[in-house]
Ligand binder design. Structure first.
Ligand code: AMP
Ligand code: ZN
Length: 279
């Protein structure tokens, strides 16, 4: 199966309705750009304004992290992509909305807590995405996570001795029916990163290929290095293991609480975002 067929099959697993509004979380990188390109190609496109009332559309959402030239390049790439695809783009300016660039937010957190760059950024991005997707009345958030990302997280969880953390991975995030929680979908879940890169080059998508300059989380880098030594078959086998563990540890009827500080859905009394930002 080629990448288009695989993504189509994954979307049919999620049972998406073409009337559902999907917000594509666009970083400016190749993965999420390919997601937007494929969804558009498969017919999940913004309708002409006359029919817009029906709400059938995909829209792009970019968080401008204000990290200098890298962020400027990402924003320009996302703008060009959405323009080419005829998709509406929403840009969230982190400095305007949260009062600081991602670099400064991270430094503030790290002056109190020993957390890795990517961990802080990841929590903040997820919090923003859920909140803003809800405001925009999206039914789903689509991200560019792919097979290599999933294996990387699986291996990290195993090495941390916490395989149960894998319980909620899958083509759709925690399938919770909660009005404040917008499920995240991963159309590229079964696709290898190298195939996504080839596809983005073949279709000449405007993409920033450089990695984020702040992604210096040594543990992940170590795993990424190790993964370079794996062949496709070994990666597929790891994925099978990940899915089996995920099925076994999946929690049923997980209770959703609301964060006492920000009111967003949370597993505990205080959500991850508020707990990292707290003094
Ligand atoms: P990462 O954790 O940076 O590998 O990103 C995983 C996914 O999160 C990407 O494929 C995007 O869908 C989404 N994402 C990452 N960064 C941004 C951003 N600045 N704005 C919007 N979505 C993002
Ligand atoms: Zn909170």
């Amino acid at each position: 199966m080629n990448i288009e067929q695989k993504a189509k099959q994954t979307l049919s697993e999620i049972k998406l309705n073409k009337k559902d509004k999907i917000l594509v979380a666009l970083s400016g990188g190749k993965d999420s750009s390919v997601v937007a390109y494929l969804l558009k190609k498969f017919g999940y496109s913004t309708l002409p304004s006359r029919s817009e009332r029906k709400g059938t559309s995909i829209e792009g959402f970019h968080i401008d992290l204000k990290m200098g030239k890298y962020s400027e390049d990402c924003l320009n790439a996302v703008k060009e992509l959405c323009h080419n695809l005829g998709i509406k783009l929403h840009v969230y300016d982190i400095r305007k909305e949260m009062g600081n660039s991602m670099c400064n937010i991270r430094l503030n957190v790290q002056s109190k807590k020993s957390l890795k760059n990517c961990a802080i950024c990841g929590v903040i991005k997820k919090w923003i995405l859920n909140k803003e997707a809800r405001k925009l009345k999206a039914k789903y958030i689509a991200t560019g996570h792919h097979l290599d990302d999933e294996i990387q997280t699986f291996l990290l969880n195993i090495l941390k001795g916490s395989p149960e953390l894998n319980a909620n991975t899958g083509v759709i995030s925690r399938n919770i029916k909660n009005e404040k929680f917008i499920p995240r979908i991963k159309p590229l879940f079964y696709i290898l990163e190298e195939d996504i890169k080839k596809y983005s080059l073949k279709h000449k998508l405007p993409v920033v290929y450089e990695k984020c300059p702040c992604a210096i989380d040594s543990y992940r880098i170590q795993i990424r290095q190790f993964m370079k030594s794996l062949n496709k078959k070994q990666k597929m086998n790891l994925m099978k293991n990940s899915e089996q563990i995920s099925q076994k540890t999946k929690k049923k009827n997980e209770e959703i609480k609301y964060c006492e500080i920000c009111g967003e859905p949370a597993r505990n009394k205080i959500c991850k975002m508020c707990s990292i930002l707290r003094k």
